[in-house]
Write a new protein. Structure first.
Length: 250
């Protein structure tokens, strides 16, 4: 019988706890300090030791999703890496079936970068197939569900490119002056970067994906380009930390 995913998490919790030089008491105290006293010394001991029922051979104590997040925070580890420790294990067991998957593939699937897969008899990983609900194939259903993540990644890339363009424009202004050819070219590149970001925002709005909030200066610049399909729907992050959506605080 393969170890469970909770067994994998338990081993990683123990490994990272020891990496930090923490005892189980230390980890329990840290979990309590961040608002999760339920992960007591006894609970952490049960998780790490993987005590089994005599009759069933199954764990007495599995790891919940909430606990995975808390343990990741407490140990300064990305929570997904506790379940899918890339670089530590070749394979991990992925529920609900007894299916061993490549750890990196499993991580990418959980993070929304790979379609669901199963290990075939010859050891290869094949896409899971078959109809699911209104979809002709499970892969189509997965891609529809993962599409917001794809849009957020596009948004992140466009926002990062815009930050670079703004820095280069500021550099050109300080180094060559506002009337220089270098500054005009950098400013044009900045406007192009704003337009590219606006196009991604339009896709997000059309698909009903919640758009991240922008600072007032970026929001005004995006609206001034007259590219946004719904400029009034652009959320604005105010200096006091509140988010204004459609003229009303969220």
């Amino acid at each position: 019988m393969h170890p469970s995913l909770s067994d994998v998490v338990a081993a990683e919790v123990r490994k990272h706890r020891e990496r930090l030089g923490m005892t189980r008491e230390d980890l329990a105290a840290r979990c309590a300090a961040i608002g999760y006293p339920e992960l007591s010394y006894a609970a952490i001991t049960n998780i790490e030791t993987g005590r089994k029922h005599k009759e069933t051979g199954k764990r007495r104590r599995e790891v919940t999703v909430d606990e995975l997040m808390v343990l990741g925070y407490a140990l300064a580890v990305p929570p997904l890496l506790l379940a899918f420790p890339v670089g530590t294990l070749d394979d991990v067991p992925v529920p609900p079936h007894n299916n061993l998957l490549s750890t990196y593939f499993a991580w990418r699937w959980a993070a929304g970068h790979e379609v669901p897969g199963v290990r075939t008899e010859d050891g290869r990983i094949a896409e899971a197939g078959g109809p699911l609900g209104q979809y002709e194939d499970i892969v189509d259903a997965w891609r529809a569900a993962a599409y917001p993540l794809e849009l957020y990644m596009e948004h992140q890339a466009a926002a990062d490119a815009l930050r670079v363009a703004i820095r280069e424009q500021n550099f050109a202004r300080r180094g060559y002056g506002e009337e220089s050819e270098e500054h005009r070219a950098a400013n044009a590149a900045r406007l192009d970067a704003f337009r590219a970001l606006a196009k991604v925002l339009n896709k997000m709005m059309r698909e009903g994906v919640q758009v991240p909030a922008f600072t007032p200066d970026w929001a005004e610049e995006l609206k001034s380009l007259d590219i946004l399909d719904r400029p009034e729907a652009l959320p604005v992050l105010m200096p006091d930390g509140k988010i204004v959506r459609g003229g009303a605080e969220a």
